[in-house]
Write a protein that binds this ligand. Structure first.
Ligand code: SF4
Length: 364
């Protein structure tokens, strides 16, 4: 186990304190923060504005970067998936999704996931461990450096979604710490308003998040309109059933800012949760709880050995129309990067055949 301090998880004041413990003046901490978080440099050797002896001392006690890129996959639509390893050899995956007006980076909060959603490939890894704030921040550095070049300012806005591997609300402290580091104007300056955290429904943490003023947006993965089916698809429902989950959503809703909406994600599984009757049940459920929310319909991304097929386009459209006819704002999420196992629910450290561009052992 490497005991060196992971500097990418430290805020600017924490880095200042850290360099002061090495007998250095405060401004060196600010310099170091800008090098790591604004210029996104990933080794002390590159930080040439710091004296050589300080760089040597830093490399004895700290790490400028810890994640190692194992592979990079690029899909036809430009989506990129990075498969990385932590210092202790665990897989971490991140997906970069270019879009016309902005880019989205889907990052992981855990290596593997302890929840057992039956439509998700990540579930099959189990929980390997939660990621540190530094490991969360580094995923964004790696994706941006690879897409635009080291330290180059992204030409469009960057949205972050905590929808990669893991249940983010089971790693809330490190997640919030990482997001605070990323929101610093002297660093990447990605503010919480640009970040959405998706949860399977960890009720106490939803209530905790509702108390935090500089919090990210929240999305709830629902997947079923009634407990019986949700127990089967998302076993976390046995602990916090729909009624409790929606009560927590009501509390959270009271803290929404103007123009902010809670999102419900609904994975569409052919013949399982996509009937007209289930659409009506879902609309009635949300309307009964009087929740100001939008629904994202996500056609399932099939992968062996998951036992489901995606709903057909016609079914998804019909489901959407029923929800909308009952006053629910509904969107269909187009799958991105399916063939490189980068789409929702597909992150399971999969290697794919080499006919897709891969870069093995690179370090951005
Ligand atoms: S859907 Fe999310 S919460 Fe459920 S097993 Fe997959 S990664 Fe975990």
């Amino acid at each position: 186990m490497d005991n060196a301090v992971q500097l990418t998880g430290l805020s600017q004041p924490e880095l200042v304190t850290f360099v002061e413990t090495l007998g250095e003046p405060a401004y060196r901490g600010r310099q170091l923060f800008a090098a790591l978080q604004h210029r996104r440099l990933r080794s002390f050797d590159e930080i040439t504005d710091l004296p050589k002896d300080l760089r040597a001392r830093l490399s004895e006690v700290a790490r400028a970067a810890t994640l190692k890129i194992e592979s990079r996959y690029i899909s036809d639509d430009g989506t990129r998936r990075y498969l990385m390893k932590t210092h202790d050899g665990l897989p971490v995956e991140t997906v970069f999704i270019p879009e016309e007006r902005r880019d989205t980076i889907c990052f992981s909060s855990q290596s593997g996931c302890p929840l057992q959603c039956t439509f998700c490939l990540t579930a099959q890894l189990g929980l390997l461990r939660s990621l540190t704030a530094g490991e969360i921040v580094e995923q964004i550095h790696i994706a941006l450096n690879d897409a635009y070049g080291t330290g180059v300012k992204p030409p469009r806005g960057t949205n972050l979604v905590a929808m990669g591997a893991g249940e983010p609300l089971l790693n809330l402290d490190q997640l919030l710490k990482g997001l605070r580091v990323m929101s610093d104007p002297q660093g990447m300056h990605i503010v919480p308003n640009r970040v959405t955290v998706s949860t399977a429904g960890v009720v106490p943490r939803i209530l905790e998040l509702a108390q935090i003023s500089d919090r990210p947006h929240l999305a709830i993965s629902l997947a079923a309109p009634a407990d019986e089916l949700r127990n089967e698809l998302m076993p976390i429902n046995k602990r916090w059933p729909i009624q409790e989950l929606l009560s927590a959503c009501r509390v959270f809703e009271k803290t929404l800012k103007p123009n902010e909406r809670l999102t419900f994600e609904y994975v569409m599984l052919d013949g399982v949760n996509d009937s007209d009757e289930q659409a009506r049940q879902l609309a009635n459920l949300l309307n009964r709880h009087n929740i100001k929310a939008k629904v994202n319909l996500i056609p399932h991304n099939p992968a062996d050995p998951l036992p489901y097929r995606p709903s057909t386009d016609e079914t998804v459209e019909r489901f959407k129309n029923i929800l909308e006819s009952k006053g629910i704002h509904t969107y269909v999420r187009r799958p991105r990067g399916r063939e490189i196992f980068a789409a929702c629910g597909q992150l399971a450290a999969r290697q794919v055949p080499l006919n897709i561009e891969t870069l093995v052992g690179a370090n951005t």
